[in-house]
Write a protein that binds this ligand. Structure first.
Ligand code: ATP
Ligand code: MG
Length: 483
């Protein structure tokens, strides 16, 4: 048996326990997922804005370029006239250059580039015949630029450059990103709370089981784990309670056995003490002393028998896997009858044996001997002078059926159930006379069960019909070799 001392008791760690570990893992996973969703949504929305802006800006630049390309003469005045007609062109800045980059028109009044050569990269690229669009988003303002070449009869006549600051759409992107961030933070908070609640609920159930194990380890076998539900932990709790119920039953049986055994051993010891004190304290003649010493010897014999039976009872309980062999029942029954015939003769009891069919069964030979011995011994002890015992062995289908019937005093109906209990005796005074300890039938019951058999009892008190014990064992046929 392993004894665990109290200081070996391990406390559940606060960090590193299941609750903490599951909580952290859960939070890291949800954080990663939410972060990815946030970045993905933000990028996608920016891309959508970029596409729509690109097409609208390039359309505007191309419209201006196309309108100018229709002019016969491209100079500052003609360009200004045309641009003034394009009323719907809402841009922050519009620049028109000739084919060498000289600015013919600039919508900006202050800081105008009119009359100078520009080196804006967009204009340079447009003068090489390309449509250009660039885009920059910064802190709620969207700055987009587009440039397009002016082609007049397939020859490059100049370039159009437009630029737009769009704070309305920029704010839209900004608020979208803020909303996404807020949703992410709120979701993460909610998930943190949920994960805390779930992991706390889970680990509190685990803690319940662990603390129950600690309580039971300290000896309180009546303690129960209270876990509701149908999940694995609840099933574990139920199984655990079943286990402690069994422990409780076997612990109670053990305590009962120890207290019964010590009580029973006390009686002959008390008699021995009483008898020896009487001898020492009184002047007695030698014959009386002999009588007393003989009584002491009887009590010592009783103690001896009882301790032998207790030993054999513990052997039945521990030796359950001992080897069985195929045993023919007739020789064992004959051996028991031989052993007990002297005692039977002493009480003028006749033992009649009728073996109709000898049967072979799978059993430990010593067990079979003990079983039959105890039953026949009881038949003698609880019989009347001149009474009879009938031992009969038959085969019924695949079973060997052994009956031990006596014509004795019988067992009262309310005791029939109890006679297989340890230390139970119907008539204690008579049992003391006969030296009975109340262990014989308990040993028989355990041995029969261990050898896959059954035992039944029928009895009547008073009319000499006595008691019949019926033993049933499955037959184990031995195949005879052909001669
Ligand atoms: P032990 O067998 O340990 O020496 P015991 O005979 O008293 O003692 P059991 O064999 O267990 O104990 O029997 C229990 C009780 O059942 C007996 O004390 C007796 O009262 C009753 N009993 C058993 N067999 C018979 C029987 N054949 N006829 C009448 N009573 C019986
Ligand atoms: Mg007995």
């Amino acid at each position: 048996m392993v004894i665990i001392s109290k200081n070996e008791k391990k406390d559940i760690p606060k960090y590193g326990g299941t609750q903490f570990r599951y909580g952290v893992i859960y939070l890291l996973i949800t954080f990663a997922v939410l972060f990815f969703l946030n970045v993905y949504c933000s990028n996608t929305s920016q891309k959508l804005f970029y596409r729509s802006k690109q097409s609208s800006m390039q359309d505007k630049a191309q419209l201006v370029a196309y309108t100018i390309s229709e002019l016969d003469v491209v100079n500052a005045d003609s360009v200004k006239n045309i641009v003034d007609q394009l009323e719907n062109l809402t841009v922050t800045r519009l620049i028109v250059t000739n084919q060498s980059g000289l600015v013919l028109y600039d919508s900006l009044a202050k800081g105008s580039a009119y009359g100078v050569y520009t080196l804006y990269p967009e204009i340079v690229q447009a003068l090489q015949g390309n449509d250009v669009f660039t885009w920059r988003y910064h802190d709620g303002v969207m700055e987009s630029q587009a440039a397009a070449p002016i082609l007049s009869y397939d020859t490059l006549a100049g370039a159009v450059y437009i630029m737009e600051y769009d704070s309305a759409q920029g704010q839209l992107i900004k608020s979208l990103q803020m909303n996404l961030l807020t949703i992410t933070v709120v979701l993460e908070l909610v998930l943190t709370l949920f994960s805390l609640a779930f992991s706390r609920a889970f680990s509190s159930r685990m803690r319940k089981i662990i603390s129950s194990i600690q309580i039971i380890r300290e000896g309180d076998y009546t303690h129960k784990v209270e876990l509701h539900g149908t999940d694995e932990l609840a099933v574990l709790g139920h199984q655990f309670n079943d286990l402690t119920d069994r422990l409780c039953v076997s612990e109670n049986k053990r305590r009962q056995f120890v207290s019964d055994a010590s009580h029973e051993l006390k009686t002959p010891l008390a008699s021995i003490k009483l008898l020896s004190d009487t001898i020492l304290q009184n002047d007695m003649d030698i014959d009386t002393i002999r009588e007393f010493v003989a009584d002491i010897g009887d009590e010592a014999d009783r103690l001896n028998r009882m301790s032998a039976k207790l030993l054999s009872l513990t052997r039945v309980n521990t030796d359950s896997e001992a080897d069985c062999e195929i045993v023919y029942m007739r020789p064992t029954i004959a051996r028991v009858v031989r052993m007990l015939s002297a005692i039977a003769d002493h009480s003028a009891i006749t033992i009649k044996t009728d073996i109709i069919t000898d049967c072979s069964i799978l059993i430990q030979e010593d067990d079979l001997y003990q079983i039959v011995f105890n039953l026949v011994e009881n038949g003698i002890k609880y019989n009347i002078p001149g009474g009879k015992i009938y031992i009969e062995l038959t085969r019924q289908e695949d079973n060997a059926v052994l009956t031990v019937r006596d014509t004795g005093v019988g067992i009262p109906e309310d005791s029939i159930e109890k006679i297989f209990e340890r230390f139970y005796r119907v008539d204690k005074a008579r049992a003391r006379q006969t030296g009975g300890s109340g262990l014989g039938l308990a040993i028989v019951r355990d041995m029969v069960a261990r050898n896959r058999g059954e035992i039944h009892v029928e009895s009547q008190v008073g009319d000499h019909s006595g008691t019949t014990f019926t033993l049933v064992f499955p037959v184990f046929d031995v195949e005879e070799d052909e001669p």
